[in-house]
Design a protein around this ligand. Sequence first.
Ligand code: NAD
Length: 229
Amino acid sequence: MKKVVVLTGAGISAESGISTFRDAGGLWEQYRVEDVATPEGYLKDKALVIDFYNQRRRQLATVEPNEGHRQLVRLEKYYDVQIVTQNVDNLHERAGSTNVIHLHGELTKVRSERNPRLISDIGYKDIHVGDLAEDGAQLRPHIVWFGEAVPEIENAANLCETCDYFIVVGTSMNVYPAAGLIHYVPRSSRCWLVDPNAVPISRDITIIKEKAGTGVKKVVDELIAMSEK
Ligand code: NAD
């Protein structure tokens, strides 16, 4: 089977009702990134940061995957599909995608403040200051904050290096190192970018200026037709 890597960002979850990072009118206009998505913000006010992610988790319990997520699942019958997501929601998994790498962590997991490998499932439940991991350290959200290392990036880069097709959906390509993954994709591999506000990027790529719900279907239909030839 040929290999497809799909890099997704906040835009693929927008139609499910989760605010993107940069679009106007969203959640992120009410918070400063420095306060809620950096290690410095966490050190300054743990309760505020923990509560911010409690709210995100509660919201995640109320939303559903959308057509964009579901279309990617269709591809698995025809291709070896690997999703590499910058999203911390679990909507790809809930739609039915099998192989998902979360570059920036997962809302439904928490970990020890002291040992980043001591990770546990929390589901949609809240955590609080004073809740401890097995090693006795404070539990923190399992989220990669700005300025922190991205442990999965090497895995993701390796997958990109060997893919036959690469699809980018709903990311402003502003957050590194995720945005740099496209440079690992072989020049000979066909690429698509689905984003209503897509801007040209420095490689040969088919741009579909549509929302994920309709745009991803177009790419998936084309790929399935190609596999049947
Ligand atoms: P971003 O907000 O920087 O960019 C979102 C992109 O999605 C924009 O280019 C926008 O034009 C596009 N978009 C908006 N609506 C769309 C739709 N319906 N269909 C397709 N595209 C649409 O997001 P980013 O590039 O993912 O970077 C933001 C960072 O914030 C990420 O690292 C991520 O971890 C985090 N984040 C995650 C979530 C989530 O888990 N759902 C939500 C917000 C932010």
